[in-house]
Design a protein around this ligand. Sequence first.
Ligand code: BTN
Length: 267
Amino acid sequence: MDHSACEALDGAEVAAALGGEAAGFSVQILPECDSTNSRLLADPPPDDGRVHVLAADVQTAGRGRRGRVWQSWPGASLTFSALWRFEPGAPVPAGLSLVAGLAVARALEELGVEGVQLKWPNDVLIHGHKLAGILVELLPGRGRTPAAVIGIGINRRLPPDACVDYPTGVTDLAACLTQPPGASQLLGLVLLQLHRLLDIYAAAGFGALRGAWQQRNAFADLPVRILGEAEELAGICLGADEDGALLLQTADGLRRVLSGDVSLRVA
Ligand code: BTN
């Protein structure tokens, strides 16, 4: 049996994976919690200059976008959330979900995963099948520096009888790599990429990362539909603009769709 696939998260292993950058993170690991996003939103740690991360081996009430459930089985996925604080005057958070997706994509590519694609605004796909999802939620300012909770779930080894609803199907890391990394190593790699890319985003906005995102756009130049807008929109997917909004070439001209409660489907 491949033990790397089902072992619990380990703080020392995460720190080893973070290497020289470990001091910039505070990583708390729980064997079980309802939802790492919910916990960080309800009780945000004080700002001490570090990136605060909460990871759980299993979530009992994991949440996805648009009110969906993010399912959990022991050893099946890596589930964690990071609290990101914005500097005053930082770029609008519309691109955050895309930046987080790019960070996951880069970490996977570092591990040798092929065919990594990004589906606007928040899915990481492998050859069209969903491997990871991202849920970004804003923490109300109330006099503090505005902050976002960036929640990431990555399928590591789904149970054979897992029934996960996704239009083009789901996949896991075990199907992509002969030697999938342990959960702690994977967490460290994604956190390093997230930190790097969020620093770029904070300094220069999504425009500085747009090219990298566009290269991995799963629906580049394909006909798509946007569901969840007041009216359903159909057009050719031109990718993301400088703010992270989706650009759609419709019969009535170019439309910008902001990352809200919408869903993109291939037409
Ligand atoms: C989606 O694809 O709809 C988003 C899924 C996000 C799941 C992650 S798992 C860690 C964090 N905690 C949650 O409850 N959700 C996010």
